[in-house]
Ligand binder design. Structure first.
Ligand SMILES: [Zn+2]
Length: 94
């Protein structure tokens, strides 16, 4: 990734709190304060501190330390696809 790509990415990025509504719909729980661990670098932090990209066809949450994709969520007319393989865990309150 060159310098210009980085600028474009920064321009498209929101913080994870902006994704709170979509996450609430999916998990029926407040998720922005939920802890998660990056599977790439081991950073732990609240989901709300991840970098959110909402201009994609879905929602992409990236680690602010290493920019690993932690969570991807894509909604179609009928289904929601959740890819959380970039996270060691997401801790969801019961
Ligand atoms: Zn990371």
């Amino acid at each position: 990734m060159d310098e210009q790509d980085g600028d474009v990415n920064r321009a498209l990025m929101l913080d994870g709190n902006a994704a709170g509504g979509m996450l609430y719909d999916l998990f029926t729980a407040e998720m922005t304060a939920a802890p998660t661990e990056c599977a790439s670098c081991g950073r732990t932090g609240e989901i709300g501190t991840l970098l959110a990209f909402t201009q994609a066809p879905g929602l992409v949450l990236r680690c602010p330390s290493c920019e690993n994709t932690v969570v991807r969520i894509v909604r179609t007319g009928e289904f929601t696809y959740l890819d959380a393989r970039g996270a060691v865990y997401l801790r969801i309150a019961r």
